[in-house]
Design a protein around this ligand. Structure first.
Ligand SMILES: [Zn+2]
Length: 111
């Protein structure tokens, strides 16, 4: 059984070598074909146009991480928020709030 399989494989190899020799003898006088010519002969389409490729503007590879490099923690957010100076909601000036605004005191004094 095993010997039969080896015999079949050997005969197949012999046939393939004969076919290879046939192809080589039939195509010996032909010039070598490039990939484009082979594709054109298969599909019957010729492409004479030049192909220009543009590199994409923003290339990002795997593992680069998010665009923003580091996450801002809640503590940092709170610190940034506290750095903004608060202003009075009545007059818009800093250094006091609406409860201690001079407008309220002026209104109370005029009464
Ligand atoms: Zn005010």
């Amino acid at each position: 059984m095993v010997r039969d399989i080896y015999g079949i494989v050997d005969s197949c190899v012999d046939r393939l070598e004969e076919l290879k020799k046939d192809v080589e003898t039939n195509t010996s006088g032909m010039p070598p074909m490039f990939n484009r010519e082979v594709i054109a002969s298969y599909y019957g389409v010729t492409s004479n146009e030049e192909i220009t490729l543009k590199t994409p503007k923003d290339i990002r590879n795997k593992g680069c991480g998010p665009y923003k490099k580091r996450m801002i923690t809640d503590k940092e957010k709170a610190i940034d928020k506290s750095k903004k100076s608060r202003t009075c909601s009545l007059c818009g000036l800093p250094s006091h709030n609406a409860r201690s605004c001079h407008k309220i005191f002026a209104a109370a004094a005029s009464k």
